[in-house]
Design a binder for this molecule. Structure first.
Ligand code: MRU
Length: 336
């Protein structure tokens, strides 16, 4: 029996298990992490993914490592985890929190990791309730990537808002961007919508413009991997395109994230490190469903995993602590 469990993590005293998100929705396969390298590999191939989940799973991996190797160089271990994916600041937040406990010993690291998990659960619920307050019965909501229970310890961020609205009895229609190249929308969000019993339709990313032109989108809600002091934010590549479209079509565009996603040290979006990924992800697809390549095998590719949306395109930042504008975030009003 795990000591703690979420939709995609099982936490045992001596090891971590994760639901392999590359195999969904075809298979629900749980894998075990027994080393720093196993966590790095799972995160690099996006078997563990989503900003909060990356941070939390890193915290447990480091805490387990500290318990197993009391005399090892914990700082070097933390540095290795930190370098695995650069964009989502939640990884840095969780590792900073554990590093602050190094002097207190391995049990303190374990207690801190458990507290981070419980904190994320509470943050999810708080931001989801604030996001649900913005939704009306009958709303047609467009979302991008996957921001649900799979990506966090709790109900999720943007999808959390949809889930809470549904539990309040609101009838929603959700348009799910498939989210090329790795299809987090098509594979994971579609699966979560069905699980939540929310009415949805899957679209290719390139269909969002004509959907908005047809007047079929009332609101857009997305998550974030890092929010800067001026409100610019990074999220899954394709988010910026949606924000530009929303601005043109006058569709309200909301970012839903915990306060732990705000990086006050990052002044503007130009400072966010954007992860570049292997071109093979764009030349074709690979996963539980096999491997298909449609482009020439040597086609040159540009494959940033995230893009940056300027603050000017955002209607509101929905955090656990409130719904803010960019100036309020700059003044730190979102901090608990
Ligand atoms: O590359 P991924 O799948 O980890 O990217 C995830 C996203 O971009 C999410 O929108 C983001 O982490 C916020 S959700 C909880």
């Amino acid at each position: 029996m795990p000591q703690l469990q979420s939709r995609s993590l099982r936490i045992h005293a001596d090891a971590l298990e994760y639901l392999d998100q590359t195999r969904l929705p075809q298979a629900e396969s749980w894998e075990r992490i027994d080393s720093l390298a196993a966590w790095q590999a799972a995160v690099k191939r996006l078997a563990i993914r989503g900003a909060p989940l990356i941070g939390l799973s890193a915290a447990f991996t480091l805490a387990h490592y500290a318990k197993a190797y009391p005399d090892a160089d914990w700082q070097a271990a933390s540095d290795a985890l930190r370098a695995t994916r650069p964009t989502a600041v939640n990884l840095m937040y969780c590792l900073d929190a554990l590093e602050a406990c190094f002097d207190a010993g391995a049990d303190a690291l374990w207690a801190r990791a458990l507290a981070l998990f419980e904190e994320d659960r509470a943050l999810c619920l708080a931001m989801a309730e604030r996001g649900a307050d913005l939704l009306r019965d009958g709303d047609r909501v467009l979302t991008h990537c996957n921001t649900g229970a799979l990506a966090t310890a709790g109900v999720g961020t943007a999808i959390g808002a949809l889930a809470v609205a549904k539990s309040r009895g609101l009838k929603l229609h959700v348009y799910v961007d498939e989210t090329r190249p790795l299809l987090q929308g098509g594979r994971l969000t579609a699966w979560e919508m069905a699980d939540l019993g929310i009415d949805y339709q899957l679209i290719c990313d390139s269909m969002a413009a004509s959907l908005m032109a047809a007047g079929k989108v009332d609101k857009i809600m997305v998550g974030a991997d890092r929010i800067c002091a001026n409100g610019d934010f990074a999220n899954k590549v394709g988010t910026y395109m949606l924000a530009v479209l929303a601005h043109y079509h006058q569709v309200p565009f909301y970012v839903v994230a915990p306060y732990t996603t705000v990086d006050a040290a990052c002044a503007t979006g130009a400072e966010i490190p954007i992860e570049q990924r292997d071109g093979a992800e764009v030349r074709g697809v690979a996963g539980a469903f096999g491997e298909v390549n449609w482009a020439p095998t040597d086609a040159p590719v540009w494959n940033p995993a995230f893009d940056v949306t300027p603050a000017a395109l955002v209607t509101g930042w929905v955090l656990d602590t409130g719904v803010f504008d960019a100036a309020a975030i700059g003044r730190g009003e979102h901090c608990p």
